[in-house]
Ligand binder design. Structure first.
Ligand SMILES: Nc1nc2c(c(=O)[nH]1)N[C@H]1C(S)=C(S)[C@@H](COP(=O)(O)O)O[C@H]1N2
Ligand SMILES: [Mo]
Length: 221
């Protein structure tokens, strides 16, 4: 198991995002279906790609990067970048939906489908949840079924180029059907658990699942 980092102290942006959760900011009260409406309720399109994080960009080169996969699995994995990238050659095009209301269509990613990671690590029958751990101390949690979505990918390239450090390079997760805070940047470790373990934003007022078409922006309590 990799060393845990403490997340950095609150920044102006993380303070604002905590307040928006308390206020229920941006909620429209509408529910939509992805098959009928590509843009989820309350979202607007952007052509550029904003950067959002805790205010700190960990400088992890491809040489230093490691992925640690552990917990309720039969085959623990510890890959360096060349072991990872040899398997991570699947292109996927998908949309981004950030809870702060911007969406960006048709992002071209290359990476390892999470389903192929699951084939390699073999989760045990009691594995139900996944926690992503990042090099900046960030964490986020997903039910195993959401992590295993057909278009979910551990990504190292965007638009044919190495994923930029500001967007989570060398490797980040991309789970297109949930709000983008579930897509951990600077991925360091993937932990499989029997029980749920809410992550950084999930314990700070954000919804535990985060389905954009149901506007699952904030937690109910
Ligand atoms: N490691 C890490 N991953 C993270 C975050 C973070 O602060 N640290 N922020 C999340 C949030 S809130 C969003 S909206 C997206 C932003 O990704 P981007 O900067 O590439 O647009 O990353 C998500 N993944
Ligand atoms: Mo976000």
């Amino acid at each position: 198991m990799t060393d845990e980092h403490e997340p950095p102290p609150d920044s102006k942006l993380t303070r604002s995002k905590r307040r928006w959760a308390q206020e229920g900011r941006f909620l429209t009260g509408r529910i939509a279906r992805p098959e009928e409406q590509r843009l989820p309720p309350g979202q607007h399109l952007t052509k550029d790609w904003p950067t959002l994080d805790l205010g700190l960009t960990p400088e992890i080169s491809r040489e230093r990067w490691r992925l640690d996969v552990y917990g309720a699995i039969e085959n623990p994995i510890f890959w360096d970048f060349s072991e990872f990238s040899a398997r991570a050659q699947t292109p996927v095009t998908s949309d981004i939906h950030c809870v702060t209301t911007w969406s960006r269509y048709d992002n071209q990613w290359i990476g390892l489908p999470t389903r192929e990671l699951l084939e390699a690590c073999e989760p045990r029958d009691n594995a139900r949840f996944v926690v992503l751990h990042s090099y900046d101390g960030y964490t986020t949690n997903l039910p195993l079924e959401d992590f295993a979505a057909e278009d979910a990918l551990l990504v190292h390239s965007w638009s044919g180029k190495p994923l930029a450090a500001e967007h989570g390079g060398p490797v980040r997760l991309v789970v297109p059907h949930l709000y983008f805070w579930k897509s951990a940047k600077w991925l360091q470790a993937i932990e499989f658990l029997e029980h749920d373990a809410p992550g950084y934003w999930e314990v700070r007022g954000y919804h535990n699942r985060g389905d954009p078409w149901r506007e699952q922006r904030y937690s109910d309590d």
